[in-house]
Write a protein that binds this ligand. Structure first.
Ligand SMILES: NC(=O)c1ccc[n+]([C@@H]2O[C@H](COP(=O)([O-])OP(=O)(O)OC[C@H]3O[C@@H](n4cnc5c(N)ncnc54)[C@H](OP(=O)(O)O)[C@@H]3O)[C@@H](O)[C@H]2O)c1
Length: 335
């Protein structure tokens, strides 16, 4: 079967199409999945570049969706033909987070899903939403679950509250859609007026161009009658966090998710404490949260925003497209 491996050193050019052995028969508790789709996350890009160091020869991509082709002994949760989607932290099944690392994350600590077939423990996957294509399902593992957990578990978001999302990438557009699904008001920022028009079409109540308004927190306060928002989906990191703190209502919640502007920087601690803001760092979520998210997607008419889909062999081109920042929502890979 075909796969892609990260070989040697030197950025995206390391991504090499290889032929490899088909996996063997699933053993007790395992399933064999024919993978049909994946999707790209900033994390995958950092792995592909080598910014996040991984083992030589690693198969990249954390997201995977496909069909169960065979089941091992003792597997009762899935049957042959079921549509499934992978888990980002496969050994974090439920409860509080117990680890901060990526040692068992596919496409980082262990081989990922840039391949046609895989044998894995059954509980490394969940059922996919009923009416989703494989490509749509593949967006849920990382971006979908991060936005879901930030708002629903960590929030917890209530109808009528206001959610601010930064930029129009994968996590932020999921957050916009979940916030609307749950009856919240939404404010979206972007560098592009065209993307903001697209966000309004998706239900964004207010939009702000952060290039035209470098002090965009003032705009957020204007749009909320000076109160600020209840929840911020903070994907920028050090350069955006000070304004996210200013844009948050007193006692509000910032989901600290992303590193798009860097890995560290100064924090206005006095503003954080006087505004009594709850700053919650998070990495994706657990399998139980994924199951609950998928139940919500089954009960609602919400499908992810997919900008563009590339075939697996064009993975380098897909990452270059991601790096260009031209996308709105998710970039997907068909296997
Ligand atoms: N903690 C976690 O569990 C977790 C999970 C998933 C992702 N993440 C992180 O979250 C971040 C976003 O991930 P993603 O997959 O959604 O990325 P993505 O799809 O590549 O989104 C990138 C978008 O972010 C926006 N952006 C870039 N710089 C910005 C800035 N200074 N201010 C506001 N928006 C800015 C841009 O939107 P416009 O083009 O509209 O300006 C850009 O298109 C990444 O740092 C990623 O590593 C963390």
């Amino acid at each position: 079967m075909r796969a892609i491996r990260l070989k040697g050193s030197g950025g995206l050019e390391r991504l090499t199409v290889v032929e490899m052995e088909e996996p063997g028969a699933p053993q007790e508790g395992e399933i064999l999945v024919r993978l049909h789709a994946s999707s790209l996350n900033y994390h995958d890009y950092l792995v592909a570049l080598g910014t996040i160091p991984t083992a030589d020869g690693l198969i990249p991509l954390s997201d995977g969706a496909g069909i169960v082709e065979r089941i091992g002994e003792g597997v009762s949760e899935f049957a042959v033909g079921d549509h499934v989607v992978s888990c980002f932290f496969p050994e974090w099944q439920n409860g509080e987070a117990t680890s901060s690392g990526f040692a068992k994350t596919p496409g980082d600590g262990v081989d990922g899903y840039a391949r046609e077939r895989v044998v894995r423990p059954a509980n490394w996957f969940t059922r996919a939403p009923r009416n989703y294509s494989h490509t749509e399902a593949a967006t849920l593992t990382t971006a979908g679950l991060t936005a879901w957990r930030a708002l629903v578990n960590d929030g917890p978001l209530k109808a009528g509250e206001t959610v601010l999302t930064l930029g129009t990438g994968g996590v932020s557009m999921f957050a916009l859609q979940f916030a609307k699904m749950m009856g919240a008001l939404t404010i979206v920022t972007s560098s592009s007026d065209e993307k903001l028009a697209h966000a309004r079409a998706l239900g964004a109540d207010h939009t702000i161009n952060y290039k035209q308004h470098p002090n965009w927190a003032d705009q957020v306060l204007d749009r909320t009658g000076g109160r600020g928002v209840d929840h911020v989906i903070e994907v920028g990191g050090p350069d955006t966090l000070p304004q996210s703190i200013s844009a948050c209502r007193i006692g509000g919640h910032i989901a600290l998710i992303g590193v798009l502007t860097g890995f560290s920087g100064p924090i206005p601690t006095v503003a954080l404490l006087t505004r009594q803001v709850r700053l919650q760092g998070l990495t994706v979520g657990n399998r139980q949260q994924q199951i609950e998210m998928i139940r919500a997607l089954d009960a609602n008419d919400m499908t992810p925003v997919i900008d563009k889909t590339f075939p697996l062999q064009d993975l380098i081109e897909a990452f270059r497209y991601e790096a260009s920042g031209a996308h709105f929502g998710k970039i997907c890979i068909e296997v």
